[in-house]
Design a protein around this ligand. Sequence first.
Ligand code: EPS
Length: 385
Amino acid sequence: MIRFTTAGESHGEGLLVIIEGIPAGFTINSEDINIELARRQKGYGRGQRMCIETDTVKIFSGVRHEVSLGSPIAMYIANKDFKNWTKIMSPTSVDSEEMPLLKPRPGHADLPGFMKYGVNDFRDILERASARETAARVAAGAVCKALLKEFEISIASYTSQIGDVTADISSVKEDEIWYDAEMSYVRCPDAKASEKMIQLIKKAGEKGDTLGGKVVIVTKNVPAGLGSHTQWDLKLDGRLAQSLISIQAVKAVEFGAGTKLASLFGSLSHDEIFYDVTRGFYRNTNRAGGIEGGMSNGEPIVVTCTMKAIPSLANPLHSVNLATKETAEAEAVRSDVCAVSAVGVVAEAAVAVELAKALKEKFGGDSLKDMKKNVNIYKERIKVL
Ligand code: EPS
C-alpha cells in the first residue's frame, strides 16, 4: 500500500514527509522533486513568503544512489523563514513577550480549532492549518509522478478561472496547453485571460482583498480498471475527491462535465463506446472524466477543483476578540492575494499519489520490474478481451 504522512508547522523549522510502499528499482533524484516544489511557489499573487523560501528537498532515507529501495522514503524541506521565528515557534522555551492571536479570520481554521483544542492562542492552530504544508504533499506527489512516468502516465494542470475571469482554451492546440500554462504567471494557457487575471489580482491586492478560482487537472494514459465498483471506499473518484478536497481552500471537486451534468439529458451525459483493433475500446467524448463506476475507463482523467478566496485579508473582516468577546477586526497576517496557480500543482501531486496507490493495488509488485510486467500483460488482455 502506498501512503504518506506529513509533519511541520508553517513557521517551524521545516516540513517532513514520509512516503511508504514505493516499489524498489526506480530512479528518484531530488532535482525532479525540486522542480515540482519550485512550480508550487510560483504565480502572480503569491505573498512575500515566497521571496523568502526556495523550497528544496533533502532525501534522507529510502533511496540509494538515486534508486528507490522499497523502504520508506523520508524527505525534509527547510523553512528558511524559521530563523525569524525561532522564539515564537520554539519547541522548547516560552516566549514571554509574544502576544497571543485572538481575533479569528472567518473562513480559516482559527475559531473552530481554538474551540476544539482548548488553546489560548490560535497560532497553535494556524501554524499547521496553513497551506505551507502543501509543499510536503508536493514532494510526495513528485515521487509518485516519477513512478507513474515509468508507465507513461502524465499529469498536468492549468488555471481555468480566477475571480470572474474564465479561460477560453478552444483555440489553443492540445499539446500547447501545458507549455502555455507553465509560461503564464497564473498558469493559464489563454494569454488574454491570463492578463486579465493578473490585473484582477493586482486590484484585489490593492484593496486588501483576495481571490479564488478553478484549476483543471488532466491525467493521460491511465489504464482502465484502477479503483473498484465493489465497495464505497475503493471507488477511484471518491478517493481522488477526498484527497483533492483536503487541499487547503479547495471547496469543490468535479469529474468530467461535473456540475453541468445536472442539466443534461442522459443522451448527452455519457460517452458512447467504440472499438478499434489497434486502439482497443475508446470514446469520442469524455463527459465522465475518465471514470465510470468508480473505475478508470482508459480515457484521460479530468478533474476540476474550485478554490475559495484565501481567508487572510489585509483589509480584515468582522470578527470577535476571543478573550474580551468584543467586536474586532480579524487578524491581518502576511499571506497570498491569490494562490490558484499553486493549487494546480498541489492538485497534480494529490492525483499522482492516489493513482500510484491504485496502480500498485491493481498490479502489485515490490519491484518496478514486476509491476511493469503485470501492467503489460493486463493491457494486452483488455485490448482484445
Ligand atoms: C504558504 C501558504 C500560505 C502562506 C504561507 C506560505 O499559508 P496560509 O495557508 O497560512 O495562508 O501565506 O506563508 C506564510 C504563512 C507567511 O508567513 O507568509 C505556502 O504555500 O508555502
